[in-house]
Design a protein around this ligand. Structure first.
Ligand code: SAH
Length: 455
C-alpha cells in the first residue's frame, strides 16, 4: 500500500499528543509524524524529513493555528539549543506532561498499571534555577562562541543569556569573554586537538553568596591569568577561580586535575540547615530550591524514628546521607567517585554529624560485602545515575529485605525496569512522587516508596 506521505512532502496536520522527548505527534491518515517544537492542539505545516513503514519525522515549517497550551519561549535560541525542549509549553502543562510520562512508563515498562502517581511538584518561578553551567567555548572563523552544543552535535549555539541559569552567571561569562578577546587566548579546536580554552564551568551557591569560576584548559598554564582574576574577583561572591587541566581527546568536560588561581578550591552552599562544600568535580543537585522539596519527600517516605540503620547508595557528596543521619541511628553511604566521598566526609564533619560512615566504590560491590559482614539496613535509599541500579545491588536488596526502599530516580524508564524486578520479588510500590527538578526540559525526577508486602 502506498504511504500517504513521503520524504520532502509538505503536509498540514493537527498535533494530537506529545512523545517522551517532548516532540509533538500527529497523523496524516494512519501515518504518524513526530514533529519537534510542536504542542498538542497546534495546527501546523510540516516538511517530511524521513519516513519508515508506519511513521516518520517532520520539521515544523509554520504554525497555522497555535495550541492554547503554548507559551512564548523566553529564550531566543530555544529551538537551536539542545537544553530546553519544553519552553514553548505552558509550565502547568509541562508538569501534567511529566506526571503522564511517569504513569505511562510505569505501565509500559514496569507493568504497574494501577500504581497511583501523584501530581508533579513544580516551582513557583520555573526559570533561573540552575546552580551550575558548563559552556563550551569555540571559535568559528573570527567569532568567539560561548554557549551550548546544538542537539546531537558539537556545533556551539551562542547563548550567553540562559534563562534557566542563575542570573549571576551571565556577568561572569561577559568578563571571561572580554579577557579571552583582549588577551587573544587560543581557543580549543576539537578536530585538531589544538588550542587551549575548552569549557567554562560556573557554580553558584543559592543560600550563600559563593560563586566558583573554573576554566577548563588543554594545557598547564593560562597566560596573563592575573588579568582574568582581576576582572572576576571584583564581582560580589566570587570565592573560587580555578583552572581545570584537561589534555585528553574526550567528550568528558572536566579533567582530573584542578589548580587554584584565586580563593578556595570549594564553595559552600546549604540545603535546609545543613552546609555542603562543593568542588568542581563532584555531583551536586543543580536545582537548589527543588532539591529541598525532593529531600523532604525522601525523609517523609523514610519516616524515621531514630532507631534505623540506613544505606544511602549512590550518595554523591553525602547530601541525602546527612539529611537522614539527623533522624536515624546510623547511615552508611556509598559512592564511586573518591573525591565526592572525601567531600562527604568533610561535610559530615562540617555539620557535626558522627553517625555516618562513607565508602568509596561501586554500590553493587560495597553493599553486598558489607551485608556479608553483618551490616543490615532497615531502610535503603538509592539515587542512581540514569542507567538505574545494577542487578547485583537489586539482588542484595532482596536478600537483605529492608522494610523500606526509597528510590530516587532521574530516569523513569530505568526506574520502571527496576520496580518491575522489586515488585516481582515481594515489594509493593506505595507512593510515586515526581518532582520537577528541571523545568523547561523533558527531564523528570521521581521519588518512590517501596515497602515489603509481607511485613
Ligand atoms: N544522592 C546524590 C547523588 C546522586 S547522582 C545527591 O542527591 O546529590 C548519582 C551518583 O551516583 C553520582 O555521584 C555518581 O558518581 C554515582 N555513581 C555512579 N555509579 C555508581 C556505582 N556503581 N556505585 C556507586 N555510585 C555510583
Amino acid at each position: 500500500m502506498e504511504q500517504p506521505v513521503k520524504k520532502n512532502d509538505r503536509v498540514q496536520l493537527r498535533i494530537q499528543d506529545m512523545g517522551s522527548e517532548g516532540e509533538g505527534i500527529g497523523k496524516v491518515q494512519d501515518f504518524t509524524l513526530f514533529v519537534p517544537h510542536t504542542v498538542a492542539g497546534d495546527e501546523v505545516e510540516v516538511l517530511v524529513l524521513k519516513t519508515k513503514k508506519s511513521y516518520g519525522y517532520g520539521k515544523l515549517l509554520r504554525i497555522l493555528t497555535p495550541s492554547p497550551l503554548r507559551s512564548e519561549p523566553l529564550c531566543q535560541v530555544a529551538h537551536q539549543c539542545g537544553g530546553c525542549q519544553l519552553q514553548h509549553l505552558q509550565y502547568k502543562e509541562q508538569l501534567k506532561w511529566k506526571t503522564q510520562k511517569v504513569k505511562e512508563v510505569l505501565r509500559r515498562i514496569g507493568g504497574l498499571a494501577d500504581c497511583q502517581v501523584e501530581d508533579t511538584l513544580g516551582m513557583e518561578k520555573p526559570f533561573h534555577y540552575r546552580n551550575k553551567v558548563q559552556y563550551p567555548i569555540r571559535r568559528e572563523g573570527e567569532t568567539l562562541k560561548i554557549g551550548f552544543f546544538a542537539k546531537g552535535s558539537h556545533r556551539v549555539v551562542a547563548s550567553e543569556v540562559c534563562h534557566i541559569q542563575d542570573k549571576r552567571a551571565q556577568h561572569i561569562v561577559e568578563k571571561v569573554r572580554d579577557y579571552l578577546e583582549e588577551e587573544q587566548v587560543p581557543i580549543y579546536n576539537e578536530e585538531t586537538h589544538q588550542g587551549l580554552v575548552r569549557h567554562l564551568l560556573i557554580k553558584t551557591a543559592y543560600h550563600t553568596p559563593d560563586i566558583m569560576v573554573c576554566l577548563v584548559i588543554n594545557g598547564e598554564n593560562l597566560k596573563q591569568a592575573e588579568k582574568l582574576v582581576g576582572k572576576l574577583r571584583t564581582i560580589p561572591g566570587v570565592a573560587s577561580i580555578l583552572l581545570n587541566h584537561h589534555k585528553e581527546k574526550s567528550n568528558v568536560i572536566l579533567g582530573a586535575h584542578t589548580t587554584v588561581l584565586y580563593g578556595t578550591d570549594t564553595i559552600i552552599d546549604k540545603i535546609g540547615d545543613l552546609q555542603f562544600k562543593i568542588s568542581p568535580l563532584s555531583f551536586f543537585q543543580v536545582n537548589p530550591m527543588q532539591t529541598e522539596v525532593l529531600y523532604q519527600k525522601v525523609l517523609e517516605f523514610a519516616d524515621l524514628t531514630g532507631e534505623e540503620t540506613i544505606w544511602d547508595a549512590y550518595c554523591g557528596i553525602g547530601t541525602i546521607s546527612l539529611f537522614l543521619a539527623k533522624k536515624a541511628k546510623h547511615v552508611y553511604g556509598v559512592e564511586i567517585v573518591p573525591e565526592a566521598i572525601e567531600m562527604a566526609k568533610e561535610n559530615a564533619r562540617l555539620n557535626g554529624l558522627t553517625n555516618v560512615t562513607f565508602f568509596t566504590g561501586k554500590a553493587e560491590e560495597i553493599i553486598p560485602n558489607a551485608y556479608k559482614q553483618g551490616i543490615v539496613a532497615d531502610t535503603i535509599v538509592v539515587d542512581p545515575p540514569r542507567k538505574g541500579c545494577d542487578s547485583h545491588l537489586l539482588a542484595t536488596l532482596i536478600d537483605m529485605s529492608p522494610n523500606k526502599i526509597v528510590y530516587v530516580s532521574c530516569d523513569p524508564a530505568t526506574l520502571a525496569r527496576d520496580l518491575k524486578y522489586l515488585t516481582n520479588q515481594g515489594y509493593q510500590v506505595d507512593k510515586v512522587q515526581p518532582v520537577d527538578m528541571f523545568p523547561q526540559t523533558v527531564h523528570c525526577e521521581v521519588v518512590t516508596l517501596l515497602q515489603h508486602s509481607e511485613k
